[in-house]
Ligand binder design. Sequence first.
Ligand code: ADP
Length: 164
Amino acid sequence: MKIAIYPGSFDPLTLGHLNIIKRAARCFDKLIVCVMVNSQKKGLFSPEERVELIRRVVKQLPNVEVDASALLLAEYARQRRARVIVKGLRAFSDFEAEVQMAVVNRKLNPNIDTMFLPSNEKYTYLSSTVVKEMVRYGADLSDFLPREIIEDVKKKMDDSRREN
Ligand code: ADP
């Protein structure tokens, strides 16, 4: 069984991420979308909340599983018996850091390789950070976020603004 992992922070999942998930899911028997937990970085959503939002969005994709992990990616891949890490590339600026990470991951786990999928041209400008800015300015989010999670993101941003 060909298993791949699509790792990221997904804080929150955007239409750019979803596009990569759908395309990668067609290439493998199983795709594991993994929220990488970074204890140094406090996100907008907790890792558990991100997992719940992604699950809601991908529930029609039978070979996509959603998980969270605080392990090193190379170790997580070993445990899940995955041979491939999928990464989306938006612009040339993503390239250098991603290639560096791919080399490090392969050094840590020689059984894994990284595959890059070019971002759909509609989403090259899109990141979770851009989405959060858009929410702040009350922009229409339907071009940026899966519709199933738009209200959750708006509400979370409102709540976090009230706390600060
Ligand atoms: P960000 O916070 O920058 O959105 P993530 O860590 O959540 O990034 O991204 C996880 C993976 O998804 C990375 O491989 C990243 O390059 C990719 N990605 C992020 N946004 C897009 C997009 N709009 N189109 C294609 N790939 C993307």
